[in-house]
Unconditional design. Structure first.
Length: 124
């Protein structure tokens, strides 16, 4: 296992040609790298419809994705939810109103064991 480190630095200046009133901001974010996860791109394994959607997107999981962990992030990195699918659940509705989601683009991640699926979803 390894890590990925992101570094961010920003300068806020008031342009008064003086040495006061300016601010420097820095941020370091470290994420763990999971080396045993396999990215799945086959859309016949997991289906999302309709996408884009007005109010809700249905996730259809096949048998090997039972007990999957489902996570939704905004494109800004904000996590909206994480939950586990029930063992007998093969269809899951992501409702915009239930999760208090605005119109926009989100990243849906689904993980089951070592398999990982991610897809961009859009609410209009």
């Amino acid at each position: 296992d390894g890590v990925i480190t992101f570094y961010l630095s920003s300068l806020a200046s008031n342009h008064d040609e003086n040495t006061t009133g300016d601010w420097t901001y820095t941020l370091t974010k470290t994420l763990d790298v999971a080396t045993s996860i396999q990215q799945v791109n086959d859309e016949s394994v997991i289906q999302l419809y309709p996408n884009p959607a007005q109010e809700g997107i249905m996730i259809s999981l096949n048998e090997e994705w039972k007990n999957a962990i489902i996570t939704l992030h905004g494109v800004d990195g904000k996590k909206y939810f994480t939950f586990s699918a029930l063992p007998d659940q093969n269809k899951i509705l992501i409702s915009r109103s239930e999760w208090n989601l605005n119109k926009g683009i989100y990243l849906l991640s689904i993980q089951s064991g070592e398999n990982f699926f991610t897809k961009k979803i859009i609410f209009l």
